[in-house]
Write a protein that binds this ligand. Sequence first.
Ligand SMILES: C[S@@+](CC[C@H](N)C(=O)[O-])C[C@H]1O[C@@H](n2cnc3c(N)ncnc32)[C@H](O)[C@@H]1O
Length: 325
Amino acid sequence: MSGSYNIHNFGAMIGDRVRRVAFERAMSEVITERTTVLDLGAGTGWFALHALALGAKRVVAVERLPAIRHLHALAEGHPRRDRLQIVEGDSSELDEEFDLIVSDLRGSTPFFGDHFTVAADARRRLLATDGVMMPQHDKVHVALVENQGWWRRQVEPWLDAPPVDHRVLIEQITSTPARISVSTAQLRSTVGSAIALDYAELDELAERRTHSGHAELRGRSGTAHGVAVWFSTVLINGVGFDNGPARTDPTYGRTLLPFTTPLEVAEGETIDVRIDVRRHGGSWLWQWSATAEHGNRQGASLPDPSTSGSGSSPARAAAPGIMGR
Ligand SMILES: C[S@@+](CC[C@H](N)C(=O)[O-])C[C@H]1O[C@@H](n2cnc3c(N)ncnc32)[C@H](O)[C@@H]1O
């Protein structure tokens, strides 16, 4: 999914029960009849309606997309309708302080569009002193993954089509972070946490151009086709959720940072996985490497040709490296 959402995408987010229950619990820990709430990036306004149900004093739902218009119908006849203000527009246009700002501006990972910039602006201008913002922390997790299906569909067709050497296409495909499903059985290493994001430091996060981290993993014997990436979150006071492979169907996708050729992993060997995520216009570019005793693999997502020319020097020919939810 790209940076824009439709009603089906909002439905999938609400249908993710693990996510929904975590937000419900976190909101119920904060909201009393004295709490003013901003639902930032409201979609169709589910967080706003839940805040109303919890008895919040005032609730503002702000959303850039026209999907917010559905909230008028959804809130019609609500006994607390007079406490809800629906704003179709950008949060940067608001000028009011709130006791709670609740949002989910992430995609498959927290590195999504202008997430940090929008959240930092809201924290700076719209959060009351002693106010609460959720989420509070995210962690980006990595593990080596076997995904024979992805490899067979995406890469194999180009491997054996003589007389043409399709290496350049394979390099492009394996330079593009892909959305995949991952089960625990497909992991070819332990799981490590590579990047921690503390949203108390949003101003700093919004300014930083590159976010880097690494994790030392232990191999599980088999073939790895790349590094799988996902995140876990703390919304408040230990309430949160994890989008890892143990969950069957999170609304957030799992990302594959592919290898150009598969890596054979030996049981118990040490693998150092590094990732760098770099802001590039309105999107994010990824660089990754896996260094094992039995071999190294690396890769880099490449700028969208329409936004390139800003001084980056991709190692290979251009292919879009933008990731969606
Ligand atoms: C991932 S969706 C979340 C929707 C809903 N809150 C939920 O969690 O189910 C994020 C939404 O935030 C909206 N958004 C992002 N930045 C915004 C901003 N600065 N002002 C208003 N809406 C924004 C996007 O249009 C998108 O619909």
